[in-house]
Ligand binder design. Structure first.
Ligand code: B12
Ligand code: SF4
Length: 561
C-alpha cells in the first residue's frame, strides 16, 4: 500500500458510497428496528485493522465490508483485503472502475474478477445511486448476487444523494479538501479514456440547489474546499447555473469556497467560463493537455485538443490568477526519447504552464485502447498494480521498456530543472498568481516522483510503510533488516525533501527581492495576436490537420526555403 499520515487528495467514490449508505440508514431500509451504521476510511491515509473491523461487525450482529472505488491499480490490494475478510466469514462487496471498466468493455470476465468471485466477493458494476437499499437488503438476507451490473442504467444526477464524508475523514486530507462530482459523462472520445465507457458520453449533472446543499452541509462541519471531480467540468451542461450559485454563496453569503476543477483545452472558448470559475473560488485547474504533437492527439481521437489554442487558454487562466496543472502523456506511437525531450523543451519555452505532470500512455481496463489490445491478444502486463500510469504496461513500437522507463524519469528532471522552476516562479510573480501556493505545488510535483518514487496524484505527507502489510504471496521481511532499512530510508528521504524545500524557498526569496521581477516577460507569456509568427505552432505545421479553425501554415523547412 502507498500510505501516508495525510493524503493530498480526497476520495470522491468513498464520499459517494458513504452518503448512499447513510441515506439507507435514515430510511431504515432493513426495517424499522434495524439500525445501520457506516464507518468510512481511505486506505491512502488510514491503516486498517482487519481484526478490529471483523470484531465490530460481529458485535453488531451483521454487516458487510464495501471495497469502494477500486481502480485497476488498486485491485490486487482490494483482493488481498477481500481474501482476509472472506476467510473470516465477512460479506464483501467490491465496486469501482476496475470492475465497471472490465465488465463494460470485455467479452468475458477477466481472470482477476473470476478470482474475486471464487473467494465469494460480490462484484458491483455501474453506479449505486437509487439502488443501495436493494443491495443492503440482499446482503442482510444472504441473497446477494455474485455480480451486479447496472452499466446500462445510469442514474440521473438531479436530486441524487450527494457525496459527503464526516469531518474526521476529511481532515485526514491535507488542506481539508472534500469533493463532489457536479456531473458525470464526457462528450469526447479519447481512446485511452475509461470514463466514457462507464459513465457515458451524455452529460448528467447536479442542480445548483444540490451543489448549494453540498456546500452548506460541508461548511456546517467547517469544510469549504472542494475537488470537483467532473472529468471535464467545462462540458457539464449545467456549469453556468452551478458557478452562478457558487459565486452567490461566496460573494453574497460569505462562504470561503475554494475549488479545484478539471477542464479541457477548449474551455477558454466558452464565454465567461474562466471568469466565472475564478469568481466561484477556483484557484487551480487540471487540464488534459496530454501532448503537443497533433499527430499523437489525432491517433488517440483527442481531436478537441488544438495546440494552436493552448497558449491563449493558459493565458486566460493566468489572467484570473488561477494556477494551471497540465497532464502530459509519454509513449504515443511516434514518441522517441529525442522527440519527447524536444517537446518538453518547447513547452517550457512556449507555454505558460505552472505544473506539468507526466503519465505513461496506459491501456487502462475500460478503455478502447485496452479492449483492442485484449481482443488482438497483444501482451499486456498481467499485474494490475502497475496500471497506475507510472509503469509501462505494454510494448511501445519505438522504445524498449527500459528506454521508456528512463524517458519517464528524465521527463520530471527535464521539466523541474532549477532553471525552469525559477522561470515558473518569475511568471507567477509577474502575473500575480499566488506564489506561496505555487511553491508548495512545485515542491510536491518536483519531488514526489523523484524522491518518493510515486506520482504526485498518489502523494501524501509522511509515508507509512508497514512491515506486515505486504502483497499476498510476498514474504514478510524479518524485523531487524526491515527496521534498519526503514531508518536509513526515512533519513534519506527527509534529507532530500529538506534540501529541495530550502532550495525553492531561497529561490523565491531571491526573485521577490529582484525589482525587475514584476516586469518579467517571456515568449510563453505573450498573447498570440495573430500577427507575426507563432513558433510553437510552426514547429508542428506539417502535422496540424486541415480542420475548421486550424491555422494554415507550411512546415518550418518550407518556410526557410
Ligand atoms: C477523483 C478521481 C481520483 C481522485 C480520488 C479517487 C476517487 N475514486 O474518488 C484521486 C486524485 C486520488 C485519483 C487518483 C488516481 N486515479 Co483517479 N479518478 C478520479 C475520477 C476523476 C472521479 C472518481 C469519482 O468520484 N467518480 C464518481 C464515483 C461516484 O464513481 P465510482 O468511483 O465509479 O463509484 C460509483 C460506482 O462505481 C459504485 N461503487 C464504487 N465502489 C463501490 C463499492 C460498493 C460496495 C458499492 C455497492 C458500489 C460501489 O458506486 C459509486 C456511486 O455510484 C475518476 C474518473 C471518473 N469519472 O470516475 C478517475 C479514475 C477513477 N482514476 C483513474 C486513475 C488511473 C487514477 C490513478 C491511478 C492515476 C491518475 N493519474 O489518475 C490515481 C491513483 C490513485 C491511487 N491512490 O492509487 C482511472 C481508473 C481507471 C481504471 N481502470 O481503474 C479513472 C477512471 C480515470 C481515467 N483516467 O480513466 N483519482
Ligand atoms: S476529455 Fe477526458 S474525460 Fe473526456 S473522453 Fe477525453 S480523457 Fe475522457
Amino acid at each position: 500500500m502507498i500510505q501516508w499520515l495525510r493524503s493530498t487528495l480526497p476520495s470522491n467514490s468513498l464520499a459517494s458510497v458513504h452518503a448512499l449508505i447513510e441515506e439507507c440508514a435514515r430510511d431504515r431500509v432493513l426495517g424499522p428496528d434495524v439500525d445501520i451504521e457506516v464507518e468510512s476510511c481511505d486506505e491512502c491515509n488510514t491503516i486498517i485493522d482487519i481484526a478490529a473491523v471483523v470484531r465490530r461487525i460481529r458485535a453488531a450482529g451483521s454487516g458487510m465490508v464495501g471495497l469502494v472505488g477500486v481502480q485497476s491499480n488498486q485491485y490486487p490490494r482490494a483482493l488481498d483485503l477481500g481474501r482476509q475478510l472472506r476467510a473470516l466469514g465477512i460479506e464483501v462487496v467490491l465496486g469501482g472502475f476496475h470492475v465497471s471498466g472490465c465488465i463494460s468493455m470485455l467479452p468475458e470476465l477477466p481472470a482477476d474478477l473470476k478470482e474475486a468471485l471464487d473467494l465469494g466477493i460480490h462484484l458491483y458494476a455501474g453506479e449505486a445511486e437509487g439502488r443501495m437499499g436493494d443491495l443492503l437488503r440482499e446482503v442482510a438476507s444472504g441473497t446477494a448476487k455474485p455480480v451486479y451490473n447496472y452499466l446500462s442504467d445510469m442514474p440521473e444526477m438531479a436530486a441524487a444523494v450527494f457525496p459527503i464524508l464526516p469531518r474526521e475523514v476529511v481532515t485526514r486530507v491535507v488542506g481539508h479538501y472534500s469533493s463532489f462530482d457536479a456531473g458525470r459523462g464526457c462528450p469526447f472520445q479519447c481512446s485511452f479514456c475509461t470514463i466514457i465507457n462507464v459513465q457515458g458520453r451524455k452529460s448528467r449533472y447536479r442542480t445548483p440547489d444540490d451543489v448549494e446543499a453540498i456546500v452548506r452541509a460541508n461548511a456546517a462541519q467547517g469544510i469549504t474546499r472542494f475537488f470537483v471531480t467532473d472529468d471535464n467540468f467545462a462540458r457539464n451542461r449545467n456549469w453556468e447555473p452551478i458557478l452562478d450559485r457558487l459565486i452567490q454563496l461566496r460573494e453574497r453569503d460569505g462562504f470561503k469556497i475554494r475549488l479545484l476543477l478539471q477542464v479541457d483545452t477548449l474551455c477558454h472558448r466558452i464565454p465567461s467560463f474562466i471568469e466565472k470559475a475564478a469568481r466561484a473560488g477556483c484557484t487551480a485547474v487540471f487540464i488534459g493537455l496530454e501532448n503537443i504533437n497533433p499527430e499523437s492527439l489525432m491517433g488517440t481521437k483527442k481531436r478537441q485538443n488544438k495546440i494552436w489554442e493552448y497558449r491563449d487558454m493558459l493565458l486566460a487562466w493566468r489572467r484570473q490568477k488561477v494556477m494551471t496543472y497540465a497532464g502530459y502523456i509519454l509513449g504515443f506511437p511516434t514518441d522517441t526519447p529525442e522527440s519527447i525531450a524536444r517537446d518538453i523543451e518547447t513547452i517550457k519555452k512556449e507555454l505558460p504552464i505552472d505544473i506539468l505532470e507526466f503519465f505513461y500512455l496506459t491501456p487502462l481496463p475500460g478503455s478502447e485502447d485496452h479492449k483492442k489490445l485484449y481482443l488482438r491478444g497483444v501482451p499486456m502486463d498481467p499485474d494490475m498494480n502497475k496500471y497506475d500510469l507510472e509503469h509501462a504496461c505494454t510494448a511501445h513500437p519505438l522504445m524498449s521498456k527500459e528506454v521508456w522507463t528512463k524517458v519517464y524519469a528524465d521527463a520530471w528532471d527535464r521539466y523541474y530543472s532549477d532553471e525552469h522552476v525559477e522561470t515558473i516562479m518569475r511568471r507567477a510573480i509577474a502575473t500575480g498568481v499566488n506564489h506561496t501556493k505555487l511553491v508548495d505545488s512545485l515542491i510536491i510535483f518536483s519531488g514526489s516522483a523523484r524522491i518518493e518514487g510515486v506520482h504526485p496524484l498518489q502523494f501524501g505527507f509522511v509515508r507509512r510503510k508497514r512491515r506486515t502489510q505486504r502483497r499476498h504471496g510476498m514474504p514478510i521481511v524479518n524485523p531487524l533488516s526491515f527496521y534498519a532499512w526503514r531508518v536509513f530510508d526515512i533519513i534519506k528521504v527527509a534529507t532530500q525533501w529538506g534540501r529541495l524545500i530550502w532550495r525553492y524557498k531561497r529561490m523565491l526569496k531571491r526573485i521577490k527581492a529582484d525589482p525587475a521581477a514584476a516586469h518579467y516577460l517571456d515568449e510563453a507569456m505573450r498573447a498570440n495576436t495573430g500577427e507575426g509568427p507563432d513558433h510553437f505552432v510552426e514547429m508542428f505545421a506539417d502535422k496540424i490537420p486541415h480542420t475548421y479553425g486550424a491555422p494554415k501554415l507550411s512546415p518550418v523547412g518550407d518556410q526557410a526555403a
